[in-house]
Design a protein. Structure first.
Length: 427
């Protein structure tokens, strides 16, 4: 599998000729609406086995073999040349596919008022690429009861495909995460026991394998209370054959104060079977235009996380969306940016004939356009290059796997590259 960035004057037909495959295969892999329309800067996944390397000045077979972790003899053999060959600048060498590491994949699904058939079909489409499907969310109530999301037969569909179902329990209240609600659950033992019993009954009824707490905006003063809550949860859930996991807000230091002061990475790593890092939302609906998950910021969180939590317990979080900011930008105007999927972003760039640029520091694509009223828009999103950068980070730190928020946002390049980079573990 290769990633090709469209240059000025290129057509899909010509790109197909370059790689020796029909342009229709490229169009299908990238789910292009109109193969005759692509834009400069657009990243395309080229569906070929293995990859190619174009020789640069000063490169030898030895140097290139070291880059890809193969022997000179193997590289020469697959390209039908002598190990002693002198390479020409621009010469194309085929790089065979290497053994893939085994990783786990956790994907959230968020049904709203009712389950749509498109959601059910998307679960079926993605099940082969998943280890866990997280049902977001069962909302804990102040009396220990649960407000359930509509789930239809999604857990059954996932289970039949060999996917483990995770029951996501949140402190959402009136569409916002509530620190007050969390405090009650932490401190009222009667309410806490009732909540745990309701979770156990629900997990047994619908076949959930993992209990996944997504408690956010916990008060710093409740940090140890949350840790004790999780220890109590583990004591109840493990004997029932359930695993315990949590979603963690992104931190880069053990600061017990501030917005994320209530989250203790070290304790979660000790108590839980695994954790998911919410390494996104640097760019968000009320921020200035910027990457949602810039690689430099994500790296800082991962570096801190592995210093506190075993690597084989960490899922790297990844957004399946971007934002379209309209000038003048938030927060001054109070107008939220519009969320859009990577596929919607590409189609928007094509419709506006907007060249796509790439931020080398953030490792993220973006483009500008002016709407029909002459108002400027800034769009940041994800593409094949940015997701490959996250996969490389996951490999570098040897993390357990990757977590996605959320199902239903079209990003075909992600799924192609996921299976190109990893073998997905089924438990």
């Amino acid at each position: 599998m290769l990633i090709h960035v469209v240059q000025q004057g290129q057509s899909l037909y010509g790109i197909g000729q370059t790689y020796g495959i029909p342009y229709e295969e490229i169009a299908t892999a990238n789910e292009l609406i109109d193969p005759s329309r692509i834009v400069v800067g657009q990243a395309l996944v080229i569906p070929v086995t293995g990859s190619y390397h174009w020789v640069l000045p000063g490169q030898s077979l030895y140097i290139i073999s070291r880059l890809y972790g193969i022997t000179v003899e193997e590289l020469a053999k697959v390209n039908g040349i002598s190990p002693n060959s002198i390479l020409q600048i621009g010469q194309r060498l085929y790089i065979p596919q290497r053994p893939k590491p085994v990783k786990e994949v956790f994907l959230y699904v968020e049904p709203r008022e009712a389950i749509m058939q498109s959601t059910v079909q998307e679960v079926r489409n993605r099940a082969q690429d998943l280890t866990y499907l997280g049902m977001f969310s069962y909302e804990a109530q102040r009396d220990g009861s649960l407000k359930a999301p509509p789930i239809d037969d999604i857990p059954e569909i996932a289970a039949r495909a060999g996917v483990l179902n995770a029951m996501v329990v949140s402190n959402l209240e009136n569409f916002a995460f509530s620190a007050d609600l969390a405090h009650i659950l932490f401190t009222d033992q009667t309410v806490q026991n009732r909540l745990f019993e309701n979770i156990l009954q629900t997990a047994k009824r619908f076949g959930f394998s993992d209990i996944h707490f997504d408690f956010e905006f916990i008060r710093p003063a409740d940090r140890e209370l949350y840790n004790t809550f999780l220890r109590n949860a583990r004591a109840r859930f493990h004997p029932a054959g359930l695993t315990l996991s949590t979603a963690l807000a992104p931190k880069t230091a053990d600061d017990p104060t501030g917005l994320y002061g209530g989250i203790d990475y070290k304790a979660h790593g000790e108590i839980c079977d695994f954790v998911t890092l919410m390494t996104y939302e640097w760019g968000y609906s009320y921020s200035d235009p910027q990457a949602v998950s810039p690689i430099n910021q994500v790296r800082r969180v991962v570096e801190y996380a592995v210093s506190r939590i075993p690597r084989d317990k960490i899922f790297l979080g990844q957004n399946l969306y971007g934002y379209d900011w309209k000038y003048p930008y938030p927060p001054e105007t109070g107008v939220a940016a519009r969320a859009l999927s990577p596929q919607q972003a590409i189609n928007l760039a094509i419709s506006r004939n907007a060249n796509i640029q790439y931020d080398a520091v953030a490792q993220a694509p973006f483009f500008l356009y002016w709407d029909d009223n002459g108002v400027r828009h800034d769009v940041w999103f994800e593409d094949a290059r940015s997701i490959q950068a996250k996969f490389n980070l996951l490999k570098e730190f040897n993390l357990r796997g990757i977590m996605y928020w959320k199902l239903g946002l079209a990003f075909p390049q992600n799924w192609l590259l996921l299976t190109e980079n990893f073998t997905v573990r089924k438990r």
